[in-house]
Design a protein around this ligand. Structure first.
Ligand SMILES: NC(=O)C1=CN([C@@H]2O[C@H](COP(=O)(O)OP(=O)(O)OC[C@H]3O[C@@H](n4cnc5c(N)ncnc54)[C@H](OP(=O)(O)O)[C@@H]3O)[C@@H](O)[C@H]2O)C=CC1
Ligand SMILES: CC(=O)N[C@@H](CCC(=O)OP(=O)(O)O)C(=O)O
Length: 377
């Protein structure tokens, strides 16, 4: 498996930053972020401000349009060399569509389709919303409650957990960046289903998320008093990430029907996804076989790590990083295994993976901008 992309310099613009750092002249990409004033936008800024080949050109917002960058993001108020970004713009593609090479789209579901459809075809897109994730438009309609407004674009979108989709991402214009719960679930489950080491039946995914998963806009259920000192299940047997996960698992299982049991929980923490995944092993296979397979497959991957021995993945150990920690445990009953998977929802679950896909799309080393170690504690 290929683990990093070869540098594939494009002709044209070059970045002075890479030259200043002693690097060779690598063409930079002019970046726009739509919905930049939210949590995934803030995380993209944190990553891209230290990305040598990304030149941030436009940031849009809705309620925050017209507000100063440093007012919405006081944490970046020390950044002095972004004069064009002094204020958030409103959504007017005619103003910026011609001046960017790539758009990171961090808009809410269903607001994305028409915006992306209106962009010049030369602009590449990494869409963090769910608008282009479900290949079947009818399934989209069923789970998101409305007609898809850009079905033609849907056909060309590449659903990309980067580790599984590098070749398609390199060649595509529109990446559908996966959801946070689906990323944590599919990184262990897809290879195990592909190799036939686990049954596609009776997969149970017990998932926990930090509240940034719900976005930055005001909602009663994520107020401090509603979340602290407790834990609650939500979307029971009805969460829209179930069909997204099933789509990936069905493909991995060679088209066999997969119906998961998926229950997300809201945790009193800002970041992190932890999933405990219960599977049936294939006849004659053990949890040790599953683990050995994942270890072999991910040994050279920069961001996916199968932990040694009985170490348990924790959200605190991946916080602020693009890493996914996985381990596999034998259940007390033969034939059953428990997989634990941890990511940061805002990084590998959203903006980090979006930048990983951007790097592959533009031929930059895949880890560019993403090598910050986890924040602990
Ligand atoms: N948070 C997470 O962990 C993850 C989120 N995602 C997806 O990424 C996308 C962004 O999520 P997140 O950053 O958390 O969301 P936020 O609610 O924090 O931010 C949403 C952004 O979109 C803008 N916006 C809202 N409504 C409109 C509108 N009608 N037209 C134009 N702009 C609008 C907001 O502007 P303003 O602030 O001015 O109102 C803000 O900039 C969503 O689709 C989400 O589902 C994907 C994976 C994980
Ligand atoms: C805690 C919380 O509310 N989480 C969000 C998932 C966030 C995410 O990954 O995904 P999308 O891009 O599909 O919104 C939810 O359950 O809807």
């Amino acid at each position: 498996m290929q683990t990093t992309c070869d540098l594939n310099p494009r002709r044209g613009r070059t970045t002075t930053l890479s030259a200043a750092r002693g690097g060779s002249s690598v063409p930079s990409a002019r970046v726009g972020i739509l919905g930049a004033s939210g949590y995934t936008g803030a995380e993209l800024m944190r990553i891209l401000l230290q990305h040598p080949y990304a030149k941030i050109k436009y940031l849009t917002a809705d309620r925050s349009a017209g507000l100063a960058f440093s007012e919405v993001f006081p944490q970046f108020s020390y950044v002095k060399d972004l004069p064009r970004l002094s204020k958030f713009e409103d959504m007017s593609p005619e103003k910026w569509g011609q001046e960017v090479d790539v758009i990171f789209c961090c808009l809410p579901h269903a607001t994305t389709q028409l915006v992306i459809a209106s962009l010049p075809p030369s602009v590449k897109v990494v869409d963090l919303s769910a608008d282009f994730r479900l290949a079947d438009i009818e399934v989209y309609k069923e789970w998101y409650g409305g007609e898809h407004k850009a079905p033609e674009l849907q056909k060309e979108a590449v659903y990309a957990i980067t580790e599984f989709s590098r070749d398609q991402v390199k060649a595509c214009r529109l990446v559908a960046n996966p959801g946070c719960y689906p990323t944590a679930a599919q990184l262990p489950l897809v290879p195990l289903l592909r190799s036939g080491l686990v049954s596609q039946e009776d997969i149970i995914i017990d998932a926990k998320s930090g509240t940034t998963g719900a976005g930055r806009s005001l909602k009663q259920n994520i107020l401090y008093c509603e979340v602290t000192d407790g834990i609650s299940a939500y979307g029971i047997a009805s969460h829209r990430h179930a069909p997204e996960i099933e789509q990936g698992l069905r493909e991995a299982a060679g088209g066999k029907e997969v119906v998961i049991n998926f229950t997300p929980h809201l945790m009193p923490m800002s970041r992190g996804i932890l999933e405990s995944i219960y599977v049936k092993t294939a006849p004659g296979k053990t949890a040790a076989d599953l683990k050995a397979h994942l270890q072999g497959l991910y040994a050279q991957e920069p961001f996916v790590h199968v932990l040694e021995g009985s170490k348990v993945p924790e959200t605190r150990h991946v916080r602020g990083s693009n890493h996914c920690f996985i381990n596999v445990f034998a259940d007390r009953v033969p034939g059953r295994a428990i997989i634990v998977s941890a990511i940061d929802n805002l990084v590998k679950g959203a903006s980090g993976q979006a930048v990983q896909n951007f790097n592959v799309m533009f031929g930059y080393p895949e880890t560019t901008g993403l090598l910050s170690p986890p924040m602990f504690p």
